[in-house]
Design a protein around this ligand. Structure first.
Ligand code: TYM
Length: 344
């Protein structure tokens, strides 16, 4: 009984935060690695906040003229995927100025060496160099790329969140969040909780072209949530598989087909074993075209719901403004504590 009560208490006291950069169309990796879990968690958590992290998105080359629309596109994706504004706050990061205030404060206690050792940092520098963007030179190795995880720590800790549902690529950032929070508590006094990462089975969906790389928003290798049925069919048809024939999960030797099996199993909610059995004696072509139909059918209601929201943008604006006002209030409560502890 006591254990049950502790479990119940810890679920009820959960404060969830997560976010996505608006730097391209959301894809199946973002959905399976992150958003799918958000929807499950929003029903149980005491507090759930989902952000479009537009201040993170400006750390790499972007188009200012298209940016507002890109941000709203992600908000529409959140709503269409099932984020419920009655249960969760949906926010644009830049509308809550306390994110940057706390990030600056965290900068004052974060050694540069903690940031330089992160592989995501080096990856980003390389990505910008190779992007071919006309502004790539202006963004090469800027301070904000290095300081990116500090802002991320601020996003999470500003709301005293203690559970962050993300894909596998964010794990080291979450470790850093805990290091920064613990250091603040040590130097100035207890304010921030320890943060747990919530990882999903789809925590790492790979590129369809190169299954050794993760599916990403910037390449054309992913299935966007907004892709038309024929585009989805064409993308799966072209997806890289190995030279074998068997539809079998074998991460090491059959990375391509294993990735496709993972997507199939998560979207169709079927056990891997059952799918393998179903495709005994059949070839990759059969499997890929069925997977395309599974995906098309899965995305149909999502795309319809998205269109409905899109027709009523004033309702979407109202949802955002209401959420952002509540978020600013929560953020200010934490900041008051922080400023007081720091003597500012
Ligand atoms: P971002 O925008 O790159 O990705 C958003 C979320 O999608 C997950 N994801 C994937 N999951 C599985 N397979 C993939 N191929 C795949 N690609 C992306 C990511 O793990 C992430 O959960 N730094 C973050 C944004 C951020 C944030 C935060 C997240 C800023 N502040 C605070 C959580 C809490 C990022 O760039 O995610």
């Amino acid at each position: 009984m006591a254990e049950f009560l502790i479990l119940l208490y810890s679920i009820l006291m959960t404060k969830v935060f997560s976010g996505i950069r608006p730097s391209g169309k959301l894809h199946l990796g973002n959905y399976l690695g992150a958003i799918k879990n958000w929807i499950e968690l929003q029903d149980k958590a005491e507090q759930a906040i989902f952000a479009v992290v537009d201040l993170h998105g400006i750390t790499t080359p972007y188009d200012p003229a298209a940016y507002k629309q890109q941000v709203m596109d992600v908000i529409l994706d959140y709503l269409a995927a099932g984020i419920d504004p009655d249960k969760s706050l949906l926010i644009r990061q830049s509308k809550i100025p306390q994110h940057t205030e706390l990030a600056w404060i965290f900068n004052t206690i974060t050694p540069v060496s903690w940031l330089e050792r992160l592989p995501n940092y080096r990856e980003k520098v390389e990505q910008v160099e190779q992007s071919g963007d006309k502004n790539a030179k202006s963004y090469q190795n800027n301070l904000s790329i290095l300081a990116y995880p500090v802002l991320m720590a601020a996003d999470i800790l500003l709301y005293k969140s203690n559970l962050v549902p993300v894909g596998e690529d964010q794990l080291l950032h979450l470790n850093l969040t805990n290091e920064v929070g613990a250091k603040f508590n040590h130097v100035f006094g207890e304010v921030f909780p320890n943060v747990k990462t919530h990882l999903a089975t789809g925590a790492r969906i790979m590129s369809l072209q190169d299954p050794t790389k993760k599916m990403s928003k910037t390449g054309d290798d992913g299935i966007a949530l907004s892709d038309e049925p024929d585009i989805i069919r064409a993308k799966f048809k072209k997806a890289t598989t190995d030279s074998g024939k068997e539809v079998k999960f074998d991460q090491e030797n059959k990375a391509g087909i294993s990735n496709l099996l993972t997507i199939y199993s998560l979207l169709a909610k079927k056990e891997m074993r059952d799918i393998e059995k179903e495709y005994e004696g059949k070839n990759y072509g059969d499997f890929k075209s069925d997977l395309a139909e599974v995906t098309v059918n899965f995305l149909k209601p999502f795309q319809q719901k998205r269109e409905e929201y899109q027709k009523d943008m004033s309702q979407v604006e109202a949802i955002l403004e209401n959420s952002e006002e509540k978020a600013r209030h929560l953020a200010e409560q934490t900041m008051k504590e922080v400023r007081e502890k720091m003597g500012i």
